[in-house]
Design a protein around this ligand. Structure first.
Ligand SMILES: [Zn+2]
Length: 157
């Protein structure tokens, strides 16, 4: 589950196989994240990038704008509907130090105390009453239905 991809689908109507390849929070309007991506044109079948998505020329990319609050809401919707912790995606642990040499270190997920289950925090419950109003203001209509958004969000699971 990639939250940038999920948020692009949720807020910007991107297709299920859309993926980001560039994120930027510099030189952009305050509070926004610039997310560039597209539907990959294929997958590398050999070489050092084997298995990775292949992109078309960047001129054909989509740029979408999202705020951290949009991403947080994507996580909250996931947690509300699955009962799983979004931070660790129910594994109970998160990466504490990433290493490309396979000695990546993990620590217990603080959001769920390592249980992997969604635990409502105080800040979540204060956000909750407005959840279906605040999400992605440009797509309020689809959000209002609640069920439709979950179908869209989890259609690939
Ligand atoms: Zn967790």
């Amino acid at each position: 589950m990639d939250w940038y991809n999920e948020t692009a689908k949720r807020c910007h109507n991107k297709p299920d196989d859309w993926q980001w390849y560039s994120l930027s929070a510099h030189n952009v309007p305050d509070g926004f994240i610039k997310v560039m991506g597209s539907v990959p044109i294929g997958v590398y079948s050999r070489g050092p990038n084997k298995g990775r998505p292949k992109w078309a020329r960047s001129s054909e990319a989509d740029t979408v704008w999202m705020k951290q609050s949009d991403i947080d809401e994507t996580k909250l919707i996931y947690s509300e509907s699955t009962g799983k912790c979004a931070e660790c995606q129910s594994t109970g642990q998160v990466v504490s130090r990433f290493s490309a040499q396979d000695d990546t270190q993990y620590r217990i997920c603080k959001a769920c105390d390592g249980t992997g289950m969604f635990k409502r925090s105080d800040s979540d419950s204060s956000v909750q009453p407005d959840l279906h109003k605040q999400i992605c203001s440009d797509r309020i209509q689809s959000v209002k239905t609640g069920e439709a958004i979950q179908l869209q969000l989890f259609s690939e699971v």
